[in-house]
Design a protein around this ligand. Structure first.
Ligand SMILES: C[S@@+](CC[C@H](N)C(=O)[O-])C[C@H]1O[C@@H](n2cnc3c(N)ncnc32)[C@H](O)[C@@H]1O
Length: 288
């Protein structure tokens, strides 16, 4: 790998860029909204991303998304990123957004507020706190996170073209006894305009259900706790939603799956992640 720039930008964002397979890549280590401000308008062909799911993980970084006290705060944090993505996506571009849902448990009392950061966790996940997450949710109710985000995005000009079901074949079964175990997540396909790049042929060639994608998740317990999605999920999105040689962006890169698949398939890649540990991991693996 040839790192030809290594800069520190405003808001302490670390930016690296280089080439792999003759394609350029850029990695920003910093908050997604701040980092996206460094990307020009309408310069990206396709976005494939999986943001932090609500109340699932603590990435241990100030400014992380996912641990907001209410559902609405989470939706708004995510949609601030989506607004920037709308700006950087080309008019004929496509966004694939993978999101899973969360149950409201409400089983424990809140330990109070942290004066330094209201996003910091105190051992109790937001979904375990009493109070209904600002929505008066009853305990044990699924929150409907993916659709709440998708509907908010449609009110911010995004065109929701297809809710694709990712059937997570052979996923570890949930430990529940009083409801069916979940075996799918959503991949929402969004466009900006009524006309955009779409190639149906790969779906026809593979003879698969067009909007139910059966893909085995990556085994858990890999070196990094980023909840990486499988390469196959990204390559399907790129096959249908990104022209050859296109520019691919992932504002929540984690271990860098989107960047790797984009570069391997002859596209340029832009990645962003707030975690320095994950950014270092991406850099090492781009090298490999
Ligand atoms: C679900 S993981 C992405 C996993 C990724 N698709 C992969 O294959 O490894 C979500 C990522 O979002 C990052 N993140 C959380 N808050 C962020 C923020 N405000 N700005 C940028 N990245 C953020 C986390 O560090 C984490 O790596």
């Amino acid at each position: 790998m040839n790192i030809f720039t290594d800069e520190i930008l405003e808001h302490n964002i670390h930016k690296w860029s280089g080439t792999m397979n003759n394609k350029t890549w850029t990695l920003f280590c910093g908050d997604a909204v701040d980092s996206l401000r460094n990307i020009p308008d309408e310069s990206v062909h396709c976005i494939v991303t999986s943001p932090p799911y609500y109340s699932l993980r603590d990435y241990g970084v100030d400014g992380q998304i996912g641990l907001e006290d209410t559902v609405n705060e989470y939706v708004q944090s995510l949609c601030r990123v989506m607004d920037q993505l709308y700006r950087v996506l080309r008019k004929d571009g496509v966004l694939f957004l993978n999101l899973g849902d969360t149950y409201y448990s409400g089983k424990g009392a809140s330990h109070g507020k942290d004066s330094k950061s209201n996003k910091r966790r105190f051992g109790l996940r937001p979904v375990d706190k009493s109070g209904g997450l600002g929505e008066n949710l009853e305990r044990k109710s699924i929150i409907g996170i993916p659709w709440r985000v998708a509907i908010e995005m449609t009110s911010r000009r995004w065109v929701l073209r297809s809710p694709i079901i990712w059937h997570r074949e052979k996923a570890l079964p949930e430990a529940v006894r009083d409801r069916p175990r979940r075996s799918y997540e959503y991949i929402f396909m969004f466009a900006k305009d009524r006309k955009y790049y779409f190639n149906r042929q790969p779906l026809i060639d593979k003879q698969i259900d067009e909007d139910v994608w059966t893909i085995t998740p990556r085994p858990s317990g890999t070196e990094l706790q980023t909840a990486p999605y499988p390469d196959e999920l990204v390559s399907r999105c790129l096959d249908i939603g990104c022209p050859e040689n296109g520019v691919v962006l992932d504002p929540f890169s984690g271990s860098g799956t989107t960047m790797q698949v984009a570069l391997k398939t002859g596209r340029s890649a832009i990645g962003i992640d707030i975690s320095e540990t994950f950014c270092r991991y991406i850099l090492e693996h781009l090298e490999g």
